[in-house]
Design a protein around this ligand. Structure first.
Ligand code: GLA
Length: 729
């Protein structure tokens, strides 16, 4: 059993492969947190909570002065009943007050895991040991029930948490905050790792000491955003890639989020994650409930690499869904950086022909194929083919391309509307806006109100029509601005602050319908690159365009940060032209190739303009990727050198059976007096012999992992090398 319940002591002990999570009832009525960390076989309260009469720590009625919620480590703290730290939720009642008090009522222990209505969530496979504990807390004065759900995926080393709040009273109430997860650690010796960024510069690793303040990351942009990923980890000072405690948390949600860490005055650390309470207010009528999205969390004592590999396996098997979940992903060519908006059928076919000749499998027609779209100021919403550019229609182009033996894919940006569009003429009230105010423009466009079911139906039908009009097997789903002017024409005054969450629910509904109807189409999400790269989107679309920045050297750190939580197969990575369009850098084609092979491989350049030698090199890259595609896409990632630390980066992909390891090294600048680099491999069988496929030299796994391999010195900037080691039979 992964969940052990001691009824007498009222203790719940949840066990994953490496972790124990323990909570229980104190004073007969409060749900307290006892322990989270390395797996222990049993819990008998050796770290008993010390009850001390602390200054300014108030006591619940009838309780001794030594008992205060202000100092109690809790599972789901309330507001206004004596705990002055950040609450996990807050409710505004009909009388205007905002104080509530939850007491433990009951629990339930089940095998398996239920779906979260209308929300993306992880799910068990038949082969998983998966158990769920629900704990019901109740405020009997307010008649509000809070159900905390904990699911344990024991062998996967993962837990999930979410919360449901039910209004059992006869009056309307408003949720002002409703987080998905709260943990009170009785320990503050942590560093906090987060992933910050911007457009073209996503997922930079930032690590700092937790201290006596609230350290918070958030998005209030309507999407999870490129600025902070909905991910954080608590580490020890000594934690590295290969050893040390890692508590990692990721939110399965694509809208506004908050994640915060608060060290209090007695050095406890409260850790929280959920929908951002900033500008959030949700009405619950009598009998209604609110379901929070889930947080996925894991603990390992084996460093960041192990934490990432746990997330990668879990997300690949227990989050991503559909036809392409376990399927090799095609090598694609996208025409965006080749043509931008400036193309017609002939040009596209020339690119496709050249691409097909070198082995590319899928042609993706990016932005500009619809309405009157010749730049980014018009036509979003008008999902009909642009007959000036494609006079023979989409089907003709698509069938010409499939006739070459390639697949055909297409770009949409469904959530948006251009003011210069037929849709806007017909439905100006379908966008987010506030009456009498001119809405703010982003990238020349407005945002549709996805909380409006009519908008969802329109988009479903419009996209269906296009997808049924031609042999389309891939969709790139883009989203290129954030939400402003948060007003909805269909919501009453009292519910206007529900707009953002309703938007996200509408988006999920639309994606669920479309991905179900077009179940064999490969969907890739995008938001100006990695602007909405989150687990919520991965539930519907099993890959994401990692960044609009295609420069191989910038990509080293973008992909490094992304790989902390998201699997390589989910990361769209393309070889683009040189000098690079985003930063102007010139990088050897080989390096552009091996960096793109760190994920879901493709090309994004005008192949018709390449020299025969370049085309020949691309052909070789493609053959190489195809040969090892399963390992590149589904192997285990070992990060060997962090691009953030020195003048280089290295990683390896190891097949799940440890038969093959593909090791990649990229140097940045060629330096004088550079130290000779030794790369220590990881993830091999210690006692097995591995052969270097190029030279035939053989080494034991433990030699490669401890003595390492010497990186030959090459005096070229941005040079890269790749080694393949195969186990000798
Ligand atoms: C976004 C995407 C790009 C491209 C353009 C098209 O920026 O991230 O890949 O599709 O939109 O407008």
């Amino acid at each position: 059993m992964a969940i052990k319940i001691d009824l007498q002591k009222q203790v719940f002990h949840l066990q994953t492969r490496e972790a124990s999570y323990v909570c229980g009832i104190v004073e007969g009525e409060y749900l307290a947190h006892f322990y989270y960390g390395k797996r222990i076989q049993s819990y008998n309260g050796s770290n008993a909570i010390a009850y001390i009469d602390r200054g300014f720590a108030p006591n619940p009625p009838g309780k001794p002065r030594t008992f205060s919620l202000d100092t109690l480590p809790q599972e789901y703290p309330c507001y206004g009943n004596g705990d002055f730290r950040q609450p996990a939720y807050q409710i505004e009642f009909a009388d205007g007050t905002r104080v509530s008090d939850l007491k433990y009522e009951t629990y339930n222990h089940n095998i398996g895991k239920s779906e979260l209505a209308g929300l993306p969530a992880t799910y068990p496979l038949e082969s998983d040991t998966c158990e769920t504990l629900t704990i019901s807390l109740y405020d009997k004065i307010a008649k509000v029930r809070v159900i905390l759900t904990y699911t344990v995926f024991e062998e996967k080393n993962m837990m999930t948490r979410h919360v449901r709040i039910i209004n059992e009273s006869t009056e309307n109430l408003h949720l002002l905050r409703c987080l998905s997860m709260n943990i009170d650690f009785r320990d503050s010796d942590f560093e906090l790792l987060t992933l910050y960024g911007a457009h073209n510069n996503e997922k930079n690793v930032e690590r700092r000491q937790v201290n006596h303040q609230i350290q918070k990351i958030e998005s209030s942009r309507g999407t999870s955003s490129p600025h902070q990923a909905p991910y954080f980890a608590l580490l020890r000072k000594e934690t590295t890639e290969t050893q040390g405690d890692v508590y990692a948390f990721n939110f399965v949600y694509s809208g506004n989020f908050v994640a915060q860490v608060q060290q209090d005055h007695y050095d406890s650390v409260r850790v929280q994650m959920g929908i951002n309470d900033f500008d959030f207010k949700w009405q619950l009528k009598p009998g209604q409930d609110f379901q929070t999205p889930e947080v996925v969390m894991s603990y390992t004592s084996q460093g960041l690499g192990a934490s990432s590999r746990d997330f990668h396996q879990f997300y690949r098997h227990n989050l991503c869904r559909g036809h392409f979940k376990e399927k090799s992903r095609p090598i694609l060519i996208n025409n965006w950086e080749a043509t931008y908006f400036d193309f017609e059928e002939k040009k596209l076919l020339e690119i496709a022909k050249k691409a097909q000749a070198v082995g590319i499998e899928l042609f993706v027609l990016d932005d500009g194929w619809f309405g009157k779209r010749n730049d980014d100021t018009t036509s979003l919403g008008d999902w009909v083919v642009n007959e000036e550019k494609l006079p023979n229609g989409l089907n003709n182009l698509a069938t010409s391309i499939t006739g070459l033996g390639m697949e055909f894919g297409i770009w949409f940006e469904p959530e948006m509307i251009s003011q210069v569009s037929d849709l806007y003429k017909q439905h100006p009230d379908w966008c987010l806006r506030i009456e009498n105010r001119e809405p703010t423009i982003g990238r020349g466009q407005l945002v549709l109100d996805l909380g409006n079911p009519e908008v969802i139906n329109y988009l479903f039908n419009a996209i269906t029509k296009i997808l049924e009009s031609a042999p389309i097997t891939y969709v790139k789903w883009d989203m290129n601005r954030h939400l402003t002017d948060l007003g909805s024409a269909i919501l009453p005054t009292i519910q206007q602050s529900e707009v953002v969450h309703r938007y996200v629910l509408g988006l999920y509904n639309l994606m669920e319908r479309l991905t179900t109807k077009f179940s064999t189409v490969l969907f890739e999400s995008c938001s100006s690159g990695g602007g909405r790269y989150d687990a919520g989107m991965l539930y519907y679309m099993p890959q994401t365009w990692t960044s609009d920045n295609t420069d191989a050297i910038c990509r080293l750190s973008i992909q490094y940060g992304t790989s902390l939580v998201y699997p390589p197969v989910t990361m769209g990575c393309h070889v683009s032209t040189t000098p690079n369009h985003q930063v102007g850098r010139e990088t050897p084609l080989q390096t552009r190739g091996v960096v793109a092979m760190a994920g879901n491989f493709g090309y994004e350049l005008d192949v018709t303009k390449l020299e025969p030698t370049e085309l020949a090199e691309i052909e070789q890259q493609i053959q190489h990727y195809k040969k090892y595609r399963d390992i590149f896409q589904f192997g285990d990632l070992y990060r060997l050198l962090a691009p953030t630390q020195a003048n280089d980066a290295a990683w390896s992909m190891v097949s799940r059976d440890k038969e093959i390891a593909i090791v990649t090294y990229v140097k940045l600048l060629s330096l004088p007096a550079a130290p000779i680099k030794i790369l220590k491999l990881q993830g091999l069988e210690e006692t097995d012999i591995y052969e270097h496929t190029e030279t035939g030299e053989c080494f034991s796994g433990d030699e490669l992992m401890n003595a390492g391999i010497t990186v030959p010195r090459v005096k070229v900037d941005f040079h890269s090398q790749q080694w393949i080691f195969k186990k000798k039979q």
